[in-house]
Write a protein that binds this ligand. Structure first.
Ligand code: TXA
Ligand code: MG
Length: 307
């Protein structure tokens, strides 16, 4: 998938004028704006309806761009080397040379950075030459978008351009970790299973059970939510419920996240299937998902959707 040159130049002009663009990434689509511009970042918060105490990820392409914005310890470099470009977000101490506006960081002294793997996102960032702030391109609290048409459906004419980079292949947001004072803390489970990260840096601290851990303000509330009621760990759905199944022997399934029980396939299908069921049912029952590997992030999203 490649953005057409004329679309790229329209996108660059919009970003330059503090306007926003729908940006494809391998995890979910982002609502992209110039991270250095408080005007652009204010538009992101406004359009999403996102509280401005919840900081945004700055998307970069290349280590030079990254190291201008944040301080990389040896440990952070090792993690970047192992997983970038890709679905890992690093929360690091902000660098003295940081050019990202305070509003994007919600006034914290840390900076969240991600180098996306999607080639269209990389082209956009490289050509723009500055970090791009991009939360998931959905109204705050709602289901994240994995296609360009989801994004158009979410914002309509309020968003001038959505770059179509095809379906997001991973379908779940990046894993967010803080690397501060030689300690690595899991802030949001995501597309890279914790166990893969632990192979590089040893045991992760959990932010959820530690009052002193850096907080990820985005993890506090109901999120990823359809309008329909969501019921989890269901083996016997009620007659009026949609049944979102996982694995084989589910004749009663309305949709199946992965008939073969593959967690990667389930992650890629999760948001699009929730949207599809939400459009025609008042209540969605979801089969149990194993809590291993990518299941950790899938179950995290499902618990928030069910709140
Ligand atoms: O896959 C993704 O990460 C997508 C795509 C578009 O790249 N982006 C995304 O962004 O999910 P967003 O804004 O929806 O989620 C960013 C998460 C939030 O939970 C936020 O609280 C956390 O990262 N975050 C950002 N900066 C932080 C910081 N300085 N300290 C702690 N948490 C931070
Ligand atoms: Mg989001």
């Amino acid at each position: 998938m490649n953005i057409a040159p004329d679309e790229l130049s329209i996108a660059l002009n919009l970003l330059d004028g503090d306007d926003l663009v729908g940006m494809p990434t391998e995890t979910v689509y982002g609502l992209a704006g110039n991270a250095e511009s408080a005007a652009a970042v204010a538009k992101i918060y406004g359009l999403k309806g996102r509280p401005s105490f919840n900081p945004l990820i700055a998307h970069i392409a290349g280590m030079e761009m990254a190291q201008k914005q944040a301080e990389f310890s040896e440990l952070a470099l090792r993690l970047a080397d192992a997983f970038w470009p890709g679905p890992l977000t690093l929360v690091l101490t902000s660098a003295k040379t940081n050019t990202i506006c305070d509003l994007a960081r919600a006034d914290l002294d840390t900076q969240a950075l991600r180098w996306p793997g999607h080639t269209d996102a990389q082209t956009l960032i490289r050509e723009f030459g500055r970090p791009i702030a991009a939360p998931s391109a959905n109204k705050s609290g709602r289901i994240s978008p994995t296609t360009a048409s989801h994004v158009r459906g979410e914002f309509g004419s309020d968003l001038n351009l959505v770059l179509d980079g095809g379906e997001s292949v991973l379908g779940l947001e990046s894993t967010v970790i803080a690397v501060l004072n030689e300690t690595v803390t899991l802030l949001r489970p995501g597309s890279i299973p914790s166990t893969d990260i632990e192979r590089v840096c040893g045991k992760l601290q959990s932010a959820i059970h530690d009052d002193h851990a850096p907080k990820s303000p985005g993890m506090l509330s109901r999120h990823y939510s359809p309008d329909a009621k969501v019921r989890l760990n269901v083996t016997e759905p009620a007659p009026d419920e949609a049944f979102l199944a996982f694995g084989s022997d589910h004749e009663t399934a309305t949709l199946n996240l992965s008939p073969s029980g593959d967690l990667q396939e389930a992650a890629a299908n999760l948001y699009a299937m929730l949207r599809e069921l939400d459009a025609s049912f008042k209540s969605i029952a979801i089969a149990p998902i194993p809590d291993t590997g990518l299941g950790e992030a899938i179950n995290d999203r499902l618990r928030r959707a069910a709140l």
